[in-house]
Design a protein around this ligand. Structure first.
Ligand code: PMP
Length: 283
């Protein structure tokens, strides 16, 4: 596999980052994952805009050049012959040469890494069966709107789900669901789509923004507000969204089947609209 590191395209085992890199020592790094369908990038603009926002919020001096980043994405997709999968991008505050909590001078070069992964995104077997989730207390830091690489708690939550024999964990804070371990969470009640409002408590999903826009265009009722664990267990249906899963049905919360226990029609419809529209706009 060919990866990108600070201006070079290299075989993956030749791409080396310093042990003093702040991404490695402090998780002082942001990332983006853009999915690839048909060899094209889905929602690319949204991802680079969020990358800029993440950098700005953390005071990482970096100005996104969307055209240059698009070129790198395309080059990697082509070189690695990715027709379906994703491009992972990570940007760190760089390597100050020593371990120090204080940020290095602003002119310290950032570290920029991109790599690709092949994956079967469209034919995910969970579309047919639906996902099962458990709820766990959200123990992440308070700025989840910044897409940092501090992913230890989401990783632990995923392991808790795995230990329970289910697919994912939805996290809650003060009994209200924030989001899934790596996705935004939605319930449907009496035909209404309910998902947590934007704020510092959740990542502002690029897929979320698109799906809510399409839902409103299709005259579906949307309510952006915190919903409780209780409401989730009692929902008619539920689903998640993320760049790599698009829209995926959830059929069970904490061992309780939702509705008839089968993937719901709202999730199916939104998945179809999302894929149609996103493929049209893919670059
Ligand atoms: N929330 C969290 C915590 C995530 O990690 C992700 C995926 N990166 C999402 C939501 C979904 O965001 P997006 O639609 O931009 O992939």
């Amino acid at each position: 596999r060919i990866v990108y590191l600070n201006g070079d395209y290299l075989p993956e085992d030749e791409a080396k980052v310093s042990v003093f890199d702040r991404g490695f020592l402090f998780a002082d790094a942001v990332y983006e994952v853009t999915s690839v369908l048909d060899g094209k990038l889905i929602a690319f603009d949204g991802h680079v805009q969020r990358l800029q926002r993440s950098c700005d919020e953390l005071g990482i001096k970096y100005t996104v050049d969307a055209d240059a980043l698009l070129e790198i994405h395309r080059e990697l997709v082509a070189r690695n012959e990715v027709t379906e999968g994703m491009v992972y991008l990570q940007l760190t505050r760089g390597n100050p040469g020593d371990r120090d909590f204080v940020y290095p001078p602003e002119d310290t070069p950032v570290t920029l890494v991109l790599f690709t992964q092949h994956a079967n995104l469209l034919n995910n077997p969970k579309i047919e069966t639906g996902m099962k989730v458990i709820t766990v207390e959200d123990q992440r830091w308070a700025r989840r709107d910044i897409k940092t690489t501090q992913l230890l708690f989401p990783s632990m939550a995923k392991m808790m789900a795995k230990a329970e024999g289910v697919d994912d964990a939805w996290m809650f804070e003060e009994s209200a669901i924030t989001e899934g371990s790596s996705n935004n969470a939605y319930i449907v009640k009496n035909g209404k789509i309910i998902t947590r409002h934007l704020g510092n408590e959740i990542l502002h999903g690029i897929t979320r923004a698109a799906v809510l826009k399409f839902a409103k265009m299709a005259q579906m009722e949307v309510e952006e507000r915190a919903f409780t664990v209780e409401e989730a267990r009692d929902a008619d249906e539920a689903f998640i969204t993320s760049a790599s899963t698009f829209v995926m049905p959830v059929v069970e919360v904490d061992g309780k089947p939702l509705g008839d226990g089968k993937p719901g029609s709202v999730a199916a419809r939104l998945r179809e609209i999302y894929l149609d529209e996103s493929l049209k706009q893919a670059v």
